[in-house]
Design a protein around this ligand. Sequence first.
Ligand code: M6R
Length: 357
Amino acid sequence: EKGTYPHYMLKEIDEQPFVIRNIIQQYQNEDGTIRLDDDIRDAMKQSDRIYVIAAGTSYHAGLVGKQLIEKIAKRPVEVHIASEFLYNMPLLSENPLFIFISQSGETADLRGVLVEVKKHGYQALTITNVPGSTLSREADFTLHTFAGPEIAVASTKAYTAQMAVFTLLAVDTANAQGIELDFDPLQELGIVANAMEVLTDQKEKLEKIARHYLAVSRNAFFIGRAADYYVCLEGALKLKEISYIQAEGFAGGELKHGTIALIEDGTPVIALATQEHVNLSIRGNVKEVAARGASPCIISMEGMNEETDAFVIPAVHEFLTPLVSVLPLQLIAYYAALHRDCDVDKPRNLAKSVTVE
Ligand code: M6R
């Protein structure tokens, strides 16, 4: 039930800090170590390459998941859009492990790949919010995202939950290989939950940003580099899906290769700056678009923010910034849709779970 909330989407955005805390609890042993099935640990350890298969927002979580596993557990990962995988099939490694990410666990495009993969005898792990779902039943292993039912068509809390579970999977795989980490993942996820709470308390500010930048615009761009780029893809999808504003997320460095031609007077460009090592270069990209008339809105992270930034996110571990930087983008999309009188929870032409290929 959405209770006093006007929309499920807003409720689900607000639930994110609790979801992260729930995940910490569900996957924690009494001695504070991470609890994952031995079978999953073995499958991760034995595989020589991981293939992540997903669609939409879950695909975007997979892109972040790839970075987490590669950086923390040092295992190679490829991420594929489910609907394309069988047509543009990569050359598989000798011992692949497939990870299917799906909030609903019912997405037909993923199932098509899972059926094919099982025919070849490969192992499959499903990361889902619905443990009894088709993809969960048909895979060898399941990791539950514990986000609670997600009703709004636009996925919010499932996305952050998927990335949190990926973090734990990456850390568990690192532990299993004896890789020493210089951070405490559960503590860092706790800091993420606190940061999310700070963000959900700043709705008025984000509502104003949505009004200022997006009230009348027909299009919008999201730019970022490194992990921020992946979050920009998600920010753009969220905005398209519920406000019908044509939005594109792209890598800051790609601007000069074509997209910058689209910048006109007043074009909103939302830039994410949460990654120290690319802070200067993304700010350089902002200057390039501003010089061509764009209306830039910089969302940065504490510690690398500048006075003119529109919004500042509390600092979290550099690997985990996507879990928090997406919140302002979710809320901006929400308010942009609201200002345009769109049906936030049930956008046109869309279904919550896509059960046709
Ligand atoms: O249930 P799934 O995670 O498999 O769904 C995948 C996509 O259909 C889904 O994420 C879709 O992109 C959302 N409506 C985005 O908000």
